[in-house]
Ligand binder design. Sequence first.
Ligand SMILES: C[S@@+](CC[C@H](N)C(=O)[O-])C[C@H]1O[C@@H](n2cnc3c(N)ncnc32)[C@H](O)[C@@H]1O
Length: 207
Amino acid sequence: MTDDTHGDGDTGDGRPRLAQLRDVETVYQPAEDSRLLAETATDHGVGSGDLVLDVGTGSGYVAARVREETGARVVGTDISPDACRQASEAGVSVVRANLVAPFRDEQFDIVVCNPPYLPTPPDQEWDDPMERALSGGEDGRAMVDPFLAAVGRVLAPGGQVYLLISTLTGPDAVRETARAAGFETAVVATESQPFERLLVLELTAAA
Ligand SMILES: C[S@@+](CC[C@H](N)C(=O)[O-])C[C@H]1O[C@@H](n2cnc3c(N)ncnc32)[C@H](O)[C@@H]1O
């Protein structure tokens, strides 16, 4: 298993990372979930005067669509250097970060996020950037839970989060965690897929 101790895909001893050995895509490419999130955020909440943060921006697709369709200013952030590079090449302003760590309190009007949300048994985890893009750990909420704990800090009062999840992620548990973090929650979009139903949750911070 590759030891990516730097978090940048370089194993530190000259060995290429697993993804390079496999010659596979290292950045999540836009899919049905990306499109549902972008459309829901533009249709529901984002206005031209808003400052929007796209957490886990990947290729930058959601960030770019929200910016182009609403005129809002949008910043993307991702833990993957490959994703940050690709989003930047797509014209998105990007900050490499874990969740919302570097951003100021109450900085954003809207946060959008399509997290890794698929439940994955430990013995089926693999070790490359696509794992971090897709796997939500055993219950599917390995990134969702820390995101919900952290995102309220960077939201302006009354601000909103648009969070994409799946029926596989445990929507009731996600909404309960969001309520415990101080949000009102509503399901504002759903879409059936062969093995799951995608949902977009609208989480509203106290005004
Ligand atoms: C399902 S992909 C979504 C990509 C893109 N937003 C889209 O909708 O097409 C999830 C993204 O979250 C990123 N990610 C995973 N854990 C993260 C973390 N702790 N902080 C920031 N980004 C993270 C992954 O690198 C990946 O690009």
